[in-house]
Design a protein around this ligand. Structure first.
Ligand code: HEC
Length: 203
C-alpha cells in the first residue's frame, strides 16, 4: 500500500513539473506594448508608429483575409448595418465600382459576372453566375455581406475593400445583371430605336 502511495505521489510530482513546464512555455519572455526596456534611448521596448500609420486590427480594414477579426470588427458591422442600402447611383459611383470590381472580383467572376474569370479557367472552383435567378433576386445587402465576410470558399475582401467601395461594387454588379437581362422596354428610347433599325431589321 505504501508503495502504491509513493508511486502516486511520484506521478503527481512529475505531472506538476510538466504543468509548470507548460506554463513556462505559455509565459515566454516578451515585451508588451509600451513596456520599459533599456534597449532604446527612450526607454521603451517598442518603437513609436510612423505618423499616419493605421493598425490593421482597427477601423474599416479590421478583418483580415486569414479570417482573424480585428477588435473593431463589431463597430465595423455596426457601421455597415447603419448604411444598409445602396447609396444613390451616380456615374462616379458606377465607375468606381467597375474599377474596384476589375481589381478584386473580375479575376474569378469574369468581366460579365458569369463566373468564368481567368482564375477559374486555371482551375479555381467556379463561382455561381450573377445572372442566376437567385442572385438576381438577392437583396443588395447580400452582395455587400459576401464582400465583407466572404462566402463558402470565397474569402472575405473586408480588409481590402472599404465599405464605400463595397457599395460601389454592388452598384456595378447590379448594372452587370441588368446588362444581361434588360428587356427592350427598359432601354432609353434612343437606344430602343437603334434596336429596331439594326441590321437584323425590325424586332
Ligand atoms: C478567388 C476567386 C474569387 C474572387 C476574387 C471573388 N470571388 Fe466571389 N465567389 C468565388 C467563389 C468560388 C464563390 C462560390 C463560393 C461557394 O459557394 O462556396 C463565390 C461566390 C460569390 C457570390 C455568390 C454568393 C451566393 O449567394 O451564392 C457573390 C455575390 C460574390 N462571390 C461576390 C464577389 C465579389 C463582389 C467579389 C469582389 C469583391 C468577389 N466575389 C471576388 C470566388 C471569388
Amino acid at each position: 500500500m505504501s508503495r502504491l502511495l509513493a508511486s502516486c505521489a511520484c506521478a503527481c510530482l512529475l505531472l506538476a513539473g510538466c504543468e509548470r513546464h507548460m506554463h513556462d512555455m505559455y509565459r515566454q519572455p516578451r515585451y508588451d506594448r509600451d513596456e520599459a526596456s533599456a534597449l532604446f534611448p527612450d526607454g521603451r521596448a517598442d518603437r513609436p508608429a510612423p505618423a499616419g500609420a493605421v493598425p490593421v486590427a482597427a477601423g474599416t480594414l479590421a478583418a483580415t483575409s486569414s479570417g482573424r477579426a480585428g477588435r473593431d470588427l463589431p463597430t465595423q458591422w455596426q457601421v455597415a448595418k447603419d448604411s444598409a442600402q445602396l447609396p444613390a447611383i451616380t456615374s462616379t459611383l458606377l465607375a468606381r465600382g467597375q474599377e474596384r470590381y476589375g481589381i478584386y472580383c473580375l479575376p474569378c467572376h469574369s468581366p460579365v459576372g458569369d463566373g468564368d474569370g481567368p482564375v477559374v479557367r486555371r482551375g479555381f472552383p467556379r463561382p455561381p453566375s450573377y445572372h442566376e435567378q437567385r442572385l438576381r433576386d438577392a437583396p443588395d445587402r447580400h452582395f455587400y455581406d459576401v464582400i465583407s465576410k466572404g462566402y463558402g470558399i470565397m474569402h472575405s475582401y473586408g480588409d481590402r475593400v472599404a465599405p464605400a467601395d463595397r457599395w460601389a461594387i454592388v452598384a456595378y454588379i447590379r448594372a452587370l445583371q441588368l446588362s444581361q437581362n434588360a428587356s427592350a422596354a427598359q432601354l432609353p428610347p434612343a437606344v430602343r430605336a437603334k434596336l429596331s433599325d439594326g441590321p437584323g431589321g425590325k424586332r
